[in-house]
Design a protein around this ligand. Sequence first.
Ligand code: ADP
Length: 520
Amino acid sequence: MLHNAVKMLKTYFGYESFRSGQEKTIQSVLSGNNTACIMPTGGGKSICYQIPSLLMEGTTLVISPLISLMKDQVDALDQIGIPAAYINSSLSNAEIHERLEHAKDGTYKLLYIAPERLESPQFLTQLKGMKIPFVAVDEAHCISQWGHDFRPSYLYISKLIKELNSRPVVAGLTATATPQVREDICRLLEIDPENTITTGFERENLSFYISKESDKVKYIQEYVRKNKEEAGIIYAATRKEVDQLHARLLKMGIAAAKYHGGLSEKERNEGQEKFLLDDASVMVATNAFGMGIDKSNIRYVIHYQIPKNMESFYQEAGRAGRDGLPSECILLFSAQDIQVQRFLIEQSASTLERLEGEVKKLQQMIDFCHIDGCLQAYILQYFGEVDPPACGRCGNCKDDRDKVEITKSAQMVLSCMIRMGERFGKTLIAQVLAGSKVKKVRDLKFHQLSTFGLMKEKSVKEITELIDFLTSEGVISVTSGAYPVLAVTNKGKEVLLGKVKLFRKESLKIHKIVEDNELF
Ligand code: ADP
């Protein structure tokens, strides 16, 4: 059976061998098992359903949420001689009717459809007239409320599968592997969790860096100048920032292209083409850019702002180095940007539960920026890997400063929080510890606390950074909502009792002053 699959791989796709995970997924599907396939972006998920479709009798249904990608996928299949079609809202009723008729005749090996179609009972009736041996659910995380891109229409997939005349094999494919999402995919698509195929999420050629440089524009200018010959993407959160950064790079004589939703289709296509053909070395874009882009020689991806969650970050950063050569992924962290993301989340969340979920994801992203352990390992852990080893390549692994004990400073912060009633955000806590004279501190009578000015040798900024670090260590928790409130966790209580010690890579100078200050 697999021998035939290898033959198809060579004949149609021109590849010599399967990549890790592809073979297992294909074998599982061909054995008639519902299967979940979890691979990072660029891992090669498409082949995992395209090849089985060639070996099965009838038309494979591919559910895909990305209308813009369907056409590209179908065109690419056409070019290699695999008959395929798509049905989505970009077509007229007459065209849809025509394609459905062809599908019933068995003209196509693959039929791509948008999930919204499944909401129409008439459409389901049409599908019943087709021979569908296999349903591939692309971007399967969209079925989960816990996923970063929940699509209610994905919930109709199980109805479809039940209603088809003969039960098809189902495969759910995604690059999102958080345990909750996996569980939802398996439960809702009736996949035995044992038939989950996951390839390692580590991208061995990517090096992650967090920069907290205050002048981000200068950082980008210097980085791009130094890497003039290389292709890279810079992601910014807003259209305005894309325009501004793009203009600056052009002024510096850098061949830069741009892409965002505010440009006309023609402008977007032109920018994309320039970048794909190496006429522009840098693409400055919002997250609207990148889906389905298969440019292998991208040497760096810079995030100008913190993205809203790890799923988006890893997917976007993962566009670097598809050719396997060393590439850099840099996130420019600035505390102000968090407010923007919070605002966007509040605007878009449909329910309180979702809001809380999204805020938690953002917090995990913020924590990522403050840890001093391996960045790649943090990502892998986020996606469910247990005890991943340190990568040795990222900014934190390469940071050779010694770790120093900060238990005492942590105790100062925690005891101050408790004295303030655990009802406030980090800026006020830092102001009290720094002995700030701001009105709010006096109004609340916090200048009378024994912890007031306990860290007066440090700036408010340094103390907030310490609080961020303590949060990333799980010593402090942050509530969701417009005004996040900090509280001491159980681990924090152990730190206060001296049962857990904390260490941090920090400059000895700052540390020493703090440690010299007597707390109790
Ligand atoms: P994903 O959907 O997982 O992001 P794709 O299916 O788009 O990834 O595949 C990414 C790239 O890898 C494509 O250019 C594809 O042709 C290529 N690819 C897939 N499988 C193989 C293979 N076995 N050998 C070589 N290249 C492959």
